[in-house]
Design a protein around this ligand. Structure first.
Ligand SMILES: NC(=O)C1=CN([C@@H]2O[C@H](COP(=O)(O)OP(=O)(O)OC[C@H]3O[C@@H](n4cnc5c(N)ncnc54)[C@H](OP(=O)(O)O)[C@@H]3O)[C@@H](O)[C@H]2O)C=CC1
Ligand SMILES: O=C(CO)COP(=O)(O)O
Length: 336
């Protein structure tokens, strides 16, 4: 049965997921806060600032009217940057109060909220009262908008404590190019998603400085150990970090030139300042705020995260990258 789906956020990932959902036969409205962007998507079927090479399906409708997008929707997919998720959820509540049904709330963003350190499903649950939603599902995994836009092959995870809701989301997104697994560990999936961006900045920096494959493999492996340690301290299942939303997403983000986090690290490694990097990226670099949130969470829980500490020092204390790498290598010998 055709489902009415609102996709909130029309950046690279939001617009490409909206396009996928349309191609899967759903009625999809993509909400953006920019009039010009909605007009471009509706009239030219392009979104040049974010996905310059893609022509979108002409059945995709874009709007700046949140009520038109989300009222009476079967599912609402949030794909806005982490730090504005709460704001957008607050805007949505009035629309939901007047809706005839309770939608499934899904998000596909990756990060931790600054100050509260909360996961995004926690933020959404706090802002959207349970009486206005049916369930909460997280979509995550190794998935670059650039690859999905080309109908390359992508495999992700739909995580929820409500397995029926995860299955419903699985069926909404599955296509011959896009395969979805279900998972019941929402904590592990969200922690893996947020923390891999931190390690990807480090991997990009190693590349920018000219380090070789051994160094990158070591960073990814020891980075995964840190991600798992912090995630497990918050109740995640250790095995989740071995799956698509864990090591899978870490591999793609820490090695792909499509990754904004990897590219940010690469530019830092080549000597650009963080300000220059963020000003020129034109898209959200989630790993920057998530590094701060992860650093503070680790301190709170007394979890040892030397790589995260080192990346925090580079981003927030203006430390030299080579100096922090030397510091990591000179730590006392340990058992793996
Ligand atoms: N790109 C990808 O391949 C993937 C991204 N993700 C995740 O998806 C999330 C979104 O990323 P992505 O699409 O890449 O980001 P982009 O930077 O491409 O797009 C984000 C969009 O959100 C808009 N936005 C910012 N603030 C608001 C607001 N208050 N209300 C409405 N819209 C707003 C931005 O507008 P403006 O530019 O004007 O600020 C922009 O259009 C991130 O958490 C990311 O980690 C996950 C998997 C893959
Ligand atoms: O999450 C992603 C790939 O799975 C996208 O990562 P970037 O935000 O670094 O581009």
């Amino acid at each position: 049965m055709t489902q009415k789906i609102a996709v909130l956020g029309a950046g690279s990932w939001g617009s490409v997921l909206a396009n996928l959902l349309v191609k899967n036969g759903n009625d999809v409205v993509n909400w953006t806060n920019m009039e010009e962007q909605a007009k471009e998507l509706n009239e030219n079927h392009t979104n040049r600032a974010y996905m310059p090479d893609l022509t979108y399906d002409d059945r995709l409708i874009a709007t700046t009217d949140l009520k038109m997008a989300a009222q009476d929707a079967d599912a609402i997919l949030f794909v806005v940057p982490t730090q504005v998720m709460r704001l957008v959820a607050q805007q949505l509540v009035d629309v939901l109060k007047n809706s005839k049904q309770k939608p499934i709330i899904i998000h596909a963003s990756k990060g931790l909220e600054l100050n509260t350190h909360k996961r995004l499903s926690q933020v959404l649950s706090e802002e959207i009262p349970a009486e206005y939603r049916s369930s909460m599902v997280v979509l995550s995994g190794p998935s670059h908008a650039e690859d999905v836009a080309k109908d390359d092959l992508t495999l992700v995870t739909a995580a929820s404590s409500n397995i029926n809701a995860a299955r419903k989301v699985q069926s909404l997104f599955m296509s011959e190019h896009f395969r979805v697994y279900t998972n019941d560990d929402i904590v592990g999936v969200e922690m893996g998603a947020a923390l891999k961006n931190v390690i990807a900045i480090g991997a990009g920096a190693l590349h920018g400085l000219g380090y070789g494959d051994d160094a990158k493999a070591a960073l990814i492996t020891r980075g995964l150990a840190e991600i798992s340690r912090l995630g497990v301290a918050f109740g995640a299942k250790p095995l989740t970090f071995m799956g698509l939303s864990g090591v899978g997403d870490l591999i793609v983000t820490a090695t792909s030139e499509h990754s904004r986090n990897w590219r940010a690290g690469n530019e830092l490694g080549q000597g650009m300042s963080l300000k220059e990097v963020t000003n020129t990226m034109g898209m959200v670099i989630e790993g920057v705020p998530s590094t701060k949130a992860a650093y503070e969470l680790a301190k709170q829980k007394k979890i040892e995260m030397p790589i995260t500490d080192a990346i925090y020092d580079v981003l927030y204390n203006d430390k030299n990258i080579k100096t922090v790498i030397n510091g990591l290598m000179e730590r006392e010998g340990k058992a793996e």
